[in-house]
Ligand binder design. Structure first.
Ligand code: CA
Length: 231
């Protein structure tokens, strides 16, 4: 994953420092602004993913900054930094469209978790990513997680969908069972790679014209499986 750019807009220097140390420790690139005006300037110039936005700022306040950001850069993530006394309903309301908020004083570990979870949510609807891939009679839509063959819906489980996505994005590449296991189930999965074969068998019965003679999901003898390049 690319390194994400996080901008903190906050007039209190010690909070900026402490947020910077914690986010940099997690590998994020951190930008700082001590006013709303400077924050907007950075957000317009740099490829910022998430803004941590204080409300009480000198000059224009965090609410105003939030409104401007939502208008100019709709897909930017915004987490408001608030005091206890501030109205959470207002912050999370439609007018500002904040993604999340943290009440000061906050735990830095909690902030890191919120930033990561926001980034994960954003990944799913990143318009920069191509949502749909067409491959022969197949169409896979990563946004709606739909899979079609000859324009007909094929119901896939989330695991089957992830395997199809992996195959179609890497057409022609031979994957070993262990590679598929690591990429789909994760490296800490404890179990047998037979689970890969079980899923492939089920996938073949769903997507092949004749599952006993698969022509899309090919077996690579002694290795694993390969999606034939159908384009
Ligand atoms: Ca402040």
């Amino acid at each position: 994953m690319l390194k994400s750019n996080i901008l903190i807009v906050e007039d209190e220097e010690h909070i900026r420092k402490f947020v910077r140390i914690n986010l940099e420790g997690e590998g994020f690139i951190v930008w700082e602004a001590d006013s709303g005006e400077k924050g907007l300037e950075i957000a317009r110039k740099e490829d910022i993913d998430v803004v941590l936005l204080d409300i009480m700022l000198p000059g224009i306040d965090g609410f105003e900054v939030c409104k401007i950001l939502r208008e100019e850069i709709p897909n930017i993530g915004i987490i408001m930094l608030t005091a206890k006394s501030q109205d959470i309903d207002k912050i999370m309301g439609l007018e500002y469209g904040t993604d999340d908020y943290m009440v000061k004083p906050f735990n830095p570990k909690e902030l890191v978790l919120r930033v990561k979870s926001l980034l994960r949510r954003m990944e799913g609807n990143n318009p920069k990513e191509m949502d749909e891939i067409i491959d022969g009679p197949f169409k896979i839509n990563k946004y709606s997680r739909k899979f079609l063959k000859n324009e007909k819906d094929i119901e896939l489980t989330p695991t089957e969908f992830s395997i199809m996505k992996l195959f179609i994005e890497n057409a022609g590449k031979a994957f070993s069972r262990d590679e598929i296991l690591n990429l789909i189930w994760g490296e800490d999965f404890i179990g047998d790679s037979k689970i890969v074969d079980v899923n492939i068998r089920r996938l073949r019965s769903k997507i092949e014209d004749d599952p006993s003679e698969p022509k899309y999901i090919e077996t690579v003898w002694g290795v694993g499986y390969r999606w034939r390049n159908n384009i």
